[in-house]
Design a protein around this ligand. Structure first.
Ligand code: HSE
Length: 440
């Protein structure tokens, strides 16, 4: 029986991982598949720079047409990243009758609906396990393992770089910049690390996971997104004093006919299992109406874990090619004509608990002015501490609230920040705890 032949475009960190996994596990893969999975060609603009994983010279090319126009290649792996050029590569691969595997979450967040539609029309499939949560098989779990469920919520740590930075700031006392530098050295960060630290990469992944969970098209533009670059190490410290850990959390919830999709720094109880996810690890909690609560945990970034996800997709596609069943599982888990435009809840309508750090003068009557305004907007205080006493300058006053409506919180803080006793804009961090969700 013939082999299944693969052309790989993009010989970077993930490309090296894919080549290494194919090489190291060649015999197991052949035994699982029944035929060899053969790396036929590797394309990159620069084929001379030394890489951690080498490729025989005769497999290398700097012309992607050598892959796209090769009739013997069954599956094209797109690992060049970015938007326009990668979209073009995938469109051309599909037009040439090839199946595609990609790790490109940004591209799928922006153009996934179009690419999946075109692929389905041509009877081709796109594998994208590596696009969300690195080595964790979350896409497979949502599309197949949990297909018997109505999925209710997803809570996840989906960006290894941001999680690494927060972990090193909390435990190693590192500055934000030093922690980011370390994450970059270890190969976790995006080429543009703003995608990691501003929450955009997490939002790309959440947009994909939310669509798969709730049966909607991908709607990246409607994900509320806030990153970690404005987090002060003091906030991590104060949160810990209240028994909380700080994580960049991706939250998707289908409730009362609307969907919440939001990414923001979140304080979660320190004893909670998600709080123990450290470094570049990712973890995703999924709640389904049949299965209950499940957690998936593993490396969310890096050469070999992401290579593992890509090769898993290659084996899936190879099986579908051999069995003549490509497209057996719909790309977005639901049949394309059954995807629903369920309304997304604006952030102003979200209710949750909050951490506020006010910067205020240390003088009598300050707390009563602040709490008076909070009371006016139906915001109930759960705890408060004032740190230090500095007569002339301001002091941090940290307050935790019970569940409150975001629009009320914003209106209250706009008034509070106008008070002459308040010296800097108030820091605000959302909290997930038992009051907001029984999973915590
Ligand atoms: N920059 C991403 C991360 C890589 O840090 O998680 C994996 O998508």
């Amino acid at each position: 029986m013939r082999s299944i032949r693969v052309g790989l475009i993009g010989w970077g960190t993930v490309g090296c991982g894919v080549i290494q996994v194919l090489r190291e596990n060649e015999a197991d893969i052949r035994n699982r598949l029944g035929v060899p999975l053969e790396l036929r060609r590797v394309a990159d603009l620069d084929i001379d720079r030394p890489r951690p994983v080498s490729v025989p010279r005769d497999l290398l090319t700097n012309r992607i047409d050598d892959i796209l126009n090769d009739p013997d290649i069954d599956i094209v792996v797109e690992l060049i990243g970015g938007l326009d050029a990668a979209r073009e590569v995938i469109r051309r691969a599909i037009d040439s009758g090839k199946h595609v595997v990609t790790a490109n979450k940004a591209l799928l967040a922006h153009s996934g609906n179009e690419l999946f539609r075109v692929a389905a029309e041509r009877g081709r499939a796109i594998g994208f396990e590596a696009s969300v949560a690195g080595g964790i098989p979350l896409i497979k779990a949502l599309r197949e393992g949990l297909a018997g469920n109505r999925i209710q919520t997803i809570f996840g740590i989906l960006n290894g770089t941001a999680n690494y930075i927060l972990t090193r700031m909390a435990e190693g006392g590192l500055s934000f910049e030093d922690a980011l530098g370390e994450a970059q050295q270890m190969g976790y960060a995006e080429a543009n690390p703003a995608l990691d630290v501003e929450g955009i990469d997490t939002a790309h992944k959440l947009a994909i996971a939310s669509a798969l969970s709730f049966g909607t098209p991908i709607r990246f533009d409607e994900v509320y997104t806030e990153g970690i670059s404005h987090i002060d190490p003091d906030d991590i410290q104060f949160g810990e004093e209240f028994g909380y850990s700080l994580k960049l959390l991706a939250i998707a919830r289908h409730m009362d006919g609307r969907i919440e999709t939001r990414v923001h720094p979140t304080l979660i109880p320190r004893h909670h299992v998600l709080a123990s996810v450290k470094g570049a690890y990712n973890a995703v909690h999924v709640q389904g109406n049949a299965v209950g609560n499940i957690m998936l945990y593993g490396m969310g970034a890096g050469m070999m874990p992401t290579g593992s996800a890509v090769v898993g997709d290659l084996i899936d596609l190879a099986r579908d090619i051999l069995g003549s069943t490509p497209g057996r599982v719909p790309a977005l888990a639901f049949q394309p004509d059954r995807l629903a435009e369920i309304a997304i809840k604006p952030i102003a309508d979200v209710s949750t608990c909050y951490y506020f750090r006010f910067s205020a003068l240390d003088q009598p009557g300050v707390l009563s002015k602040v709490s008076g305004i909070l009371g006016k907007y139906h915001i109930s205080i759960a705890a408060v501490i004032q740190k230090g006493r500095r007569k002339a300058s301001s002091v941090p006053i940290v307050m935790l609230t019970h569940e409150a409506l975001e629009s009320n919180v914003r209106a209250a803080l706009a008034e509070i920040d106008q008070l002459d006793i308040v010296t800097a804009p108030t820091q605000i961090i959302r909290i997930e705890n038992q009051e907001t969700n029984n999973f915590f």
